[in-house]
Design a binder for this molecule. Structure first.
Ligand SMILES: Cc1ncc(C[n+]2csc(CCOP(=O)(O)OP(=O)(O)O)c2C)c(N)n1
Ligand SMILES: [Mg+2]
Length: 386
């Protein structure tokens, strides 16, 4: 069954002069693929069927609960001064776990900076993510270990990396696929437009997974587009689909289908996961300055985790023992994360120069020497002060 996007989801978000001046999208209300309603009702869709075992359904729920827990710990650790910054994924668990669990091991992922749930699905240890936000490692992890590229903060640029990588995959004759994550704000970047053109023309096996969380820091989606984002794909000559980004089943089914299409050599797909950033943009942001509280309340009613719990309980697919054990597992994860992060040693400052070039570089050598001399100058003044 296809359901209409709710009115709440398309309401103008701000009443300030700036936003009300922007025209609302011209097209009629878009439809979105949904397989599990906010009330926890299972519904069918003619194009996207999915048949998961009770074990798999519990697995998706567990992934989302643990990701949310880890994310909450990270936010708390930043507030305690243990991390420099954190970009919370609160509210986007279904989009990330659904799409992340649709991937095969040999697929390759290009994330932004908020894909903690996808990282979880790829088997990247959460503490690696935190090491990066603590500023003690140089990017976090080896991308080749889990086929999960480094977090990319230059908005939209990873869609080009993904497209080039996917073109390479096709040239190698491999049947794996590539997925690029990006946001509604990133959709306005030239890089994204170029990646759409190239991937379409070269039929690259790539899925563009846009998490439309309604905001790009303080800018609402009305400021990014006059048409629903998924419709942009049509102009480039490949399919676009809007999925309920708070429905883990729909995100799994739609992403799986797009990945299969890519594997068959039929080219890219744009998936727009319609969701909501429940928290701040990052820990440096204060969303109360630019959005109303009732907006968040409306989205809380569509919580991605709650609806799965309701479904599992109603259909008797999970018992109390399962939920209790998961709570214990969450506590253990939180404790481990806190302990590991607090114990992370500060890096040797000169190690900053180590990973730019495999074979060294004269300019970097010069900069290293300058920095070493600068550091040594503090040692002198410390001596003088004695
Ligand atoms: C090229 C570039 N321009 C600007 C920024 C600053 N910036 C960081 S996050 C962000 C908003 C991105 O919004 P969106 O793509 O919707 O992703 P979200 O943060 O909502 O997940 C901006 C403008 C940047 N990192 N890179
Ligand atoms: Mg956004």
């Amino acid at each position: 069954m296809t359901v209409e996007s709710t009115a709440a989801a398309r309401k103008p978000r701000r009443t300030s002069k700036r936003t009300s001046a922007a025209k609302k999208p011209q097209s009629s209300e878009p439809q979105l693929v949904q397989l599990l309603t906010p009330e926890g009702e299972r519904v069918e869709h003619p194009d996207y069927s999915i048949d998961l075992s009770a074990d798999e359904l519990r697995g998706l729920y567990r992934d989302m609960v643990l990701t949310r827990r880890f994310d909450a710990e990270a936010t708390a650790l930043q507030r305690q001064g243990e991390l420099g910054l954190w970009a919370s994924l609160l509210g986007q668990e279904a989009a990330q776990i659904g799409s992340g669990r649709a991937l095969r091991d040999d697929d390759y992922v290009f994330p932004t900076y908020r894909e903690h749930g996808v990282a979880w699905c790829r088997g990247v240890d959460p503490t690696n993510l935190l090491g990066m936000f603590r500023g003690v490692n140089h990017g976090g992890w080896d991308p080749t270990t889990n086929n999960f590229h480094l977090y990319t903060i230059v908005i939209g640029s990873q869609t080009l990396h993904a497209t080039g990588y996917a073109m390479g995959v096709a040239k190698d004759g491999a049947d794996s696929a590539v997925i690029a994550y990006f946001g509604d704000g990133a959709s306005s970047q030239g890089d994204v437009a170029e990646s759409f053109t190239f991937s379409a023309v070269y039929n690259a096996p790539v899925v563009f997974f846009c998490q439309n969380n309604q905001w790009a820091i303080s800018e609402p989606t009305e400021r990014q587009t006059r048409v629903p984002l998924y419709q942009r794909a049509q102009g480039y000559g490949f399919p676009g689909v809007r999925v309920d980004g708070n429905d883990v089943l729909a995100c799994l089914a739609v992403t799986r289908s797009a990945l299969e299409r890519a594997r068959r050599g039929e080219g890219p797909t744009l998936v727009e996961a319609f969701t909501y950033r429940m928290g701040a943009h990052t820990t440096s942001d204060d969303p109360t300055k630019y959005r109303a509280d009732d907006e968040r309340a409306a989205w809380e009613a569509k919580d991605p985790i709650l609806r799965v719990r309701t479904y599992l309980e109603k259909e008797r697919l999970a018992d109390e023992a399962f939920f209790t054990a998961l709570e214990t597992e969450s506590e253990t994860l939180g404790k481990r994360v806190r302990e590991v992060v607090r114990a992370m040693p500060d890096p040797e400052p000169l190690s900053l120069f180590e990973h730019g070039y495999a074979d060294g570089n004269s300019l970097v050598d010069e900069e290293r020497a300058q920095f070493a001399a600068y550091q040594a100058s503090f040692a002198d003044s410390a001596e003088e002060g004695k």
